[in-house]
Design a protein around this ligand. Structure first.
Ligand code: SF4
Ligand code: MG
Length: 298
Protein backbone atom coordinates (compact mmCIF):
# COMPACT_ATOMS: atom_id res chain seq x y z
CA UNK A 1 0.00 0.00 0.00
CA UNK A 2 2.76 2.41 1.04
CA UNK A 3 4.67 1.65 -2.16
CA UNK A 4 1.68 2.75 -4.25
CA UNK A 5 1.49 6.08 -2.43
CA UNK A 6 5.20 6.72 -3.04
CA UNK A 7 4.97 5.96 -6.74
CA UNK A 8 2.09 7.58 -8.64
CA UNK A 9 2.35 5.11 -11.50
CA UNK A 10 -0.84 6.16 -13.22
CA UNK A 11 0.18 9.80 -13.57
CA UNK A 12 3.62 8.96 -14.94
CA UNK A 13 2.19 6.51 -17.42
CA UNK A 14 -0.41 9.00 -18.51
CA UNK A 15 2.16 11.75 -19.03
CA UNK A 16 4.34 9.38 -20.99
CA UNK A 17 1.41 8.39 -23.17
CA UNK A 18 0.62 12.08 -23.86
CA UNK A 19 4.27 12.86 -24.67
CA UNK A 20 4.51 9.94 -27.08
CA UNK A 21 1.18 10.69 -28.78
CA UNK A 22 2.53 13.79 -30.52
CA UNK A 23 -0.34 15.91 -29.21
CA UNK A 24 1.98 18.19 -27.26
CA UNK A 25 3.57 19.27 -30.58
CA UNK A 26 0.39 21.24 -31.29
CA UNK A 27 0.42 23.04 -27.93
CA UNK A 28 2.17 26.41 -27.68
CA UNK A 29 4.34 27.46 -24.76
CA UNK A 30 1.51 29.72 -23.51
CA UNK A 31 -0.69 27.99 -20.99
CA UNK A 32 -4.44 28.72 -21.23
CA UNK A 33 -5.58 31.59 -19.02
CA UNK A 34 -9.22 30.53 -18.80
CA UNK A 35 -10.92 30.07 -15.43
CA UNK A 36 -10.42 26.58 -13.96
CA UNK A 37 -13.28 24.38 -15.21
CA UNK A 38 -14.15 26.53 -18.23
CA UNK A 39 -15.49 24.52 -21.16
CA UNK A 40 -12.79 25.94 -23.42
CA UNK A 41 -10.19 23.54 -22.02
CA UNK A 42 -12.11 20.80 -23.83
CA UNK A 43 -11.82 22.87 -27.00
CA UNK A 44 -8.04 22.93 -26.74
CA UNK A 45 -7.84 19.20 -26.15
CA UNK A 46 -10.42 18.49 -28.86
CA UNK A 47 -8.67 20.55 -31.54
CA UNK A 48 -5.22 19.24 -30.61
CA UNK A 49 -6.55 15.68 -30.66
CA UNK A 50 -8.24 16.17 -34.04
CA UNK A 51 -5.21 17.81 -35.68
CA UNK A 52 -2.94 15.07 -34.35
CA UNK A 53 -5.28 12.25 -35.42
CA UNK A 54 -5.62 13.74 -38.90
CA UNK A 55 -1.83 14.14 -39.12
CA UNK A 56 -2.16 17.78 -40.16
CA UNK A 57 1.10 19.68 -40.31
CA UNK A 58 1.18 22.77 -38.08
CA UNK A 59 2.50 24.86 -40.97
CA UNK A 60 -0.58 23.95 -43.04
CA UNK A 61 -3.08 24.84 -40.31
CA UNK A 62 -4.47 28.26 -39.37
CA UNK A 63 -6.65 29.00 -36.37
CA UNK A 64 -8.66 32.24 -36.59
CA UNK A 65 -10.62 33.98 -33.83
CA UNK A 66 -12.41 37.24 -33.03
CA UNK A 67 -12.82 38.66 -29.53
CA UNK A 68 -14.02 36.93 -26.37
CA UNK A 69 -12.76 34.29 -23.98
CA UNK A 70 -12.89 31.58 -26.68
CA UNK A 71 -11.00 33.86 -29.03
CA UNK A 72 -7.81 33.60 -26.99
CA UNK A 73 -7.45 30.12 -28.43
CA UNK A 74 -4.83 30.86 -31.18
CA UNK A 75 -2.32 31.75 -28.43
CA UNK A 76 -2.53 28.28 -26.96
CA UNK A 77 -1.86 26.18 -30.07
CA UNK A 78 1.35 26.06 -32.06
CA UNK A 79 -0.17 26.44 -35.53
CA UNK A 80 -0.48 29.63 -37.53
CA UNK A 81 -3.03 31.88 -35.84
CA UNK A 82 -4.91 35.11 -36.45
CA UNK A 83 -6.64 36.92 -33.56
CA UNK A 84 -8.85 39.28 -35.53
CA UNK A 85 -11.37 42.01 -34.72
CA UNK A 86 -14.60 41.43 -32.81
CA UNK A 87 -17.02 39.48 -35.00
CA UNK A 88 -14.75 39.39 -38.05
CA UNK A 89 -13.54 35.82 -37.75
CA UNK A 90 -15.35 34.43 -40.77
CA UNK A 91 -14.37 37.10 -43.35
CA UNK A 92 -10.72 36.75 -42.32
CA UNK A 93 -10.92 32.95 -42.36
CA UNK A 94 -12.56 33.12 -45.81
CA UNK A 95 -9.75 35.35 -47.09
CA UNK A 96 -7.09 32.97 -45.78
CA UNK A 97 -8.75 29.99 -47.45
CA UNK A 98 -9.22 31.82 -50.77
CA UNK A 99 -5.56 32.92 -50.73
CA UNK A 100 -4.31 29.37 -50.10
CA UNK A 101 -6.71 26.49 -50.67
CA UNK A 102 -4.19 24.01 -49.30
CA UNK A 103 -4.52 25.33 -45.75
CA UNK A 104 -6.79 23.81 -43.11
CA UNK A 105 -8.63 26.79 -41.61
CA UNK A 106 -10.39 26.52 -38.25
CA UNK A 107 -12.41 29.53 -37.06
CA UNK A 108 -13.19 29.69 -33.35
CA UNK A 109 -15.47 31.95 -31.33
CA UNK A 110 -18.25 32.40 -28.83
CA UNK A 111 -21.95 33.23 -29.01
CA UNK A 112 -21.47 36.98 -28.56
CA UNK A 113 -18.71 37.25 -31.15
CA UNK A 114 -20.49 35.01 -33.64
CA UNK A 115 -24.14 35.97 -33.31
CA UNK A 116 -24.18 39.59 -32.09
CA UNK A 117 -21.50 41.77 -33.71
CA UNK A 118 -20.44 39.02 -36.14
CA UNK A 119 -23.94 37.74 -36.92
CA UNK A 120 -24.06 39.29 -40.39
CA UNK A 121 -21.10 37.27 -41.61
CA UNK A 122 -22.34 33.81 -40.66
CA UNK A 123 -25.01 33.29 -43.37
CA UNK A 124 -22.66 34.30 -46.17
CA UNK A 125 -19.82 32.01 -45.16
CA UNK A 126 -22.39 29.21 -44.88
CA UNK A 127 -24.23 29.79 -48.18
CA UNK A 128 -20.97 30.21 -50.11
CA UNK A 129 -19.81 26.91 -48.64
CA UNK A 130 -16.36 28.22 -47.76
CA UNK A 131 -14.23 25.14 -47.03
CA UNK A 132 -13.48 26.03 -43.41
CA UNK A 133 -14.57 24.79 -39.99
CA UNK A 134 -16.38 27.08 -37.53
CA UNK A 135 -16.27 25.98 -33.89
CA UNK A 136 -18.83 28.01 -31.97
CA UNK A 137 -18.57 27.77 -28.19
CA UNK A 138 -21.95 28.72 -26.77
CA UNK A 139 -22.08 29.56 -23.08
CA UNK A 140 -25.03 31.93 -23.43
CA UNK A 141 -23.16 34.83 -21.87
CA UNK A 142 -20.40 37.37 -22.46
CA UNK A 143 -17.65 35.91 -20.25
CA UNK A 144 -14.69 38.15 -21.11
CA UNK A 145 -16.58 41.31 -20.10
CA UNK A 146 -17.77 39.69 -16.86
CA UNK A 147 -21.19 38.27 -17.56
CA UNK A 148 -23.71 40.11 -19.72
CA UNK A 149 -26.73 38.75 -21.61
CA UNK A 150 -25.82 37.37 -25.05
CA UNK A 151 -27.90 36.44 -28.13
CA UNK A 152 -28.20 32.85 -26.88
CA UNK A 153 -28.97 33.62 -23.21
CA UNK A 154 -32.07 31.78 -22.06
CA UNK A 155 -35.36 33.57 -21.46
CA UNK A 156 -35.53 34.55 -17.80
CA UNK A 157 -31.74 34.37 -17.31
CA UNK A 158 -30.46 37.05 -14.93
CA UNK A 159 -27.22 38.91 -15.62
CA UNK A 160 -25.74 42.34 -14.96
CA UNK A 161 -27.48 43.66 -18.09
CA UNK A 162 -30.77 41.87 -17.44
CA UNK A 163 -31.03 42.17 -13.63
CA UNK A 164 -34.78 41.48 -13.56
CA UNK A 165 -34.69 38.72 -16.20
CA UNK A 166 -33.86 38.29 -19.87
CA UNK A 167 -36.95 39.12 -21.96
CA UNK A 168 -35.36 38.47 -25.36
CA UNK A 169 -36.02 35.25 -27.24
CA UNK A 170 -32.67 33.42 -27.64
CA UNK A 171 -31.40 32.60 -31.12
CA UNK A 172 -31.33 28.99 -32.25
CA UNK A 173 -27.93 28.76 -34.00
CA UNK A 174 -28.42 25.18 -35.22
CA UNK A 175 -31.68 26.04 -36.99
CA UNK A 176 -30.06 29.18 -38.38
CA UNK A 177 -27.02 27.40 -39.79
CA UNK A 178 -29.08 24.58 -41.33
CA UNK A 179 -31.30 27.23 -42.96
CA UNK A 180 -28.34 29.36 -44.06
CA UNK A 181 -27.00 26.50 -46.14
CA UNK A 182 -24.09 25.24 -44.04
CA UNK A 183 -23.13 21.90 -45.61
CA UNK A 184 -22.18 20.23 -42.29
CA UNK A 185 -23.91 21.04 -38.98
CA UNK A 186 -23.26 19.23 -35.72
CA UNK A 187 -23.47 19.67 -31.97
CA UNK A 188 -21.21 18.62 -29.09
CA UNK A 189 -20.77 19.37 -25.39
CA UNK A 190 -17.61 20.43 -23.54
CA UNK A 191 -18.59 17.99 -20.77
CA UNK A 192 -18.15 15.09 -23.24
CA UNK A 193 -14.57 15.77 -24.41
CA UNK A 194 -14.01 12.50 -26.31
CA UNK A 195 -17.15 12.96 -28.37
CA UNK A 196 -16.24 16.62 -28.86
CA UNK A 197 -12.82 15.66 -30.26
CA UNK A 198 -14.45 13.17 -32.65
CA UNK A 199 -16.91 15.80 -33.86
CA UNK A 200 -14.14 18.37 -34.38
CA UNK A 201 -12.25 15.82 -36.45
CA UNK A 202 -15.33 15.06 -38.59
CA UNK A 203 -16.00 18.78 -39.05
CA UNK A 204 -12.43 19.40 -40.26
CA UNK A 205 -12.60 16.40 -42.60
CA UNK A 206 -15.77 17.69 -44.26
CA UNK A 207 -15.19 19.44 -47.61
CA UNK A 208 -17.21 22.66 -47.31
CA UNK A 209 -18.47 24.91 -44.51
CA UNK A 210 -18.71 22.86 -41.32
CA UNK A 211 -20.38 24.35 -38.26
CA UNK A 212 -19.97 22.69 -34.86
CA UNK A 213 -22.12 24.13 -32.09
CA UNK A 214 -20.50 23.38 -28.73
CA UNK A 215 -22.33 23.78 -25.43
CA UNK A 216 -19.69 25.13 -23.07
CA UNK A 217 -20.35 26.25 -19.48
CA UNK A 218 -19.02 29.60 -18.22
CA UNK A 219 -18.36 28.41 -14.69
CA UNK A 220 -17.57 31.89 -13.37
CA UNK A 221 -20.57 33.95 -14.49
CA UNK A 222 -23.33 31.38 -14.97
CA UNK A 223 -24.20 29.50 -11.77
CA UNK A 224 -27.80 28.69 -12.71
CA UNK A 225 -28.47 27.96 -16.37
CA UNK A 226 -25.88 26.36 -18.72
CA UNK A 227 -24.01 24.66 -15.90
CA UNK A 228 -22.28 21.27 -16.18
CA UNK A 229 -24.97 19.81 -13.93
CA UNK A 230 -27.89 21.11 -15.98
CA UNK A 231 -26.33 20.36 -19.35
CA UNK A 232 -25.22 16.86 -18.37
CA UNK A 233 -28.81 16.07 -17.37
CA UNK A 234 -30.26 17.67 -20.52
CA UNK A 235 -28.11 16.42 -23.38
CA UNK A 236 -29.05 13.32 -25.38
CA UNK A 237 -27.82 11.52 -28.49
CA UNK A 238 -29.52 12.09 -31.81
CA UNK A 239 -31.93 9.24 -32.55
CA UNK A 240 -30.14 6.25 -34.11
CA UNK A 241 -32.29 6.48 -37.23
CA UNK A 242 -31.64 10.22 -37.73
CA UNK A 243 -30.82 10.82 -41.40
CA UNK A 244 -28.24 13.65 -41.70
CA UNK A 245 -29.16 14.10 -45.39
CA UNK A 246 -32.70 15.11 -44.39
CA UNK A 247 -32.80 18.87 -43.83
CA UNK A 248 -36.32 18.91 -42.35
CA UNK A 249 -35.46 16.15 -39.89
CA UNK A 250 -32.35 18.13 -38.90
CA UNK A 251 -34.44 21.26 -38.29
CA UNK A 252 -36.94 19.27 -36.22
CA UNK A 253 -34.14 17.95 -33.98
CA UNK A 254 -32.55 21.40 -33.72
CA UNK A 255 -35.83 22.83 -32.47
CA UNK A 256 -35.75 20.63 -29.33
CA UNK A 257 -33.63 23.06 -27.32
CA UNK A 258 -34.62 21.70 -23.90
CA UNK A 259 -33.05 18.33 -24.75
CA UNK A 260 -30.07 19.29 -26.94
CA UNK A 261 -29.00 16.42 -29.18
CA UNK A 262 -25.36 15.51 -29.72
CA UNK A 263 -24.07 14.45 -33.10
CA UNK A 264 -24.30 15.23 -36.80
CA UNK A 265 -27.56 17.00 -37.65
CA UNK A 266 -27.04 17.74 -41.33
CA UNK A 267 -24.57 17.09 -44.12
CA UNK A 268 -24.60 17.61 -47.85
CA UNK A 269 -21.98 17.46 -50.61
CA UNK A 270 -21.92 20.46 -52.92
CA UNK A 271 -19.31 22.71 -54.61
CA UNK A 272 -17.32 25.04 -52.38
CA UNK A 273 -16.42 28.70 -52.79
CA UNK A 274 -13.00 27.52 -54.01
CA UNK A 275 -14.69 25.45 -56.76
CA UNK A 276 -16.70 28.50 -57.84
CA UNK A 277 -13.59 30.68 -57.97
CA UNK A 278 -11.74 28.05 -60.05
CA UNK A 279 -14.68 27.99 -62.44
CA UNK A 280 -14.56 31.79 -62.80
CA UNK A 281 -10.81 31.69 -63.53
CA UNK A 282 -11.31 29.06 -66.27
CA UNK A 283 -14.32 30.85 -67.81
CA UNK A 284 -12.30 34.09 -67.89
CA UNK A 285 -9.59 32.28 -69.88
CA UNK A 286 -7.12 31.94 -67.03
CA UNK A 287 -5.28 28.94 -65.66
CA UNK A 288 -5.64 27.32 -62.29
CA UNK A 289 -2.61 27.55 -59.99
CA UNK A 290 -2.11 23.80 -60.22
CA UNK A 291 -2.02 23.98 -64.06
CA UNK A 292 0.41 26.90 -63.96
CA UNK A 293 2.72 24.92 -61.69
CA UNK A 294 2.61 22.00 -64.18
CA UNK A 295 3.25 24.33 -67.13
CA UNK A 296 6.27 25.92 -65.40
CA UNK A 297 7.81 22.62 -64.39
CA UNK A 298 7.19 21.02 -67.86
FE1 SF4 B 1 -14.56 30.57 -19.35
FE2 SF4 B 1 -16.42 32.19 -18.30
FE3 SF4 B 1 -13.93 32.21 -17.33
FE4 SF4 B 1 -14.42 33.19 -19.78
S1 SF4 B 1 -15.20 34.01 -17.83
S2 SF4 B 1 -12.70 31.84 -19.20
S3 SF4 B 1 -16.05 31.79 -20.50
S4 SF4 B 1 -15.38 30.48 -17.26
MG1 MG C 1 -20.28 33.60 -24.75
Amino acid sequence: MAANLEKPVYLEEKLDEIRQSGRLDYRSKSLPTWCPGCGYFSMTEGVVDALNSLGLDRKDTVVVSGIGCASRFPFFVDTYGFHTLHGRTLPVATGIKVANEALTVVAVGGDGDGFAIGGGHVPHAARRNVDITYLLFDNGIYGLTKGQTSPTSALGFTTSTSPFRNYDQPLNPLMMLISYGASWVGQAYAGQPHHLAQMIQQAIEHRGFSYLHILSPCVTFDKTDKTYRNLTLAVRDLPEDHDPENRLAALAEAEKVDRPAMGLFYREARPTLGDALDDIVLKAGGKLESEEATAISA
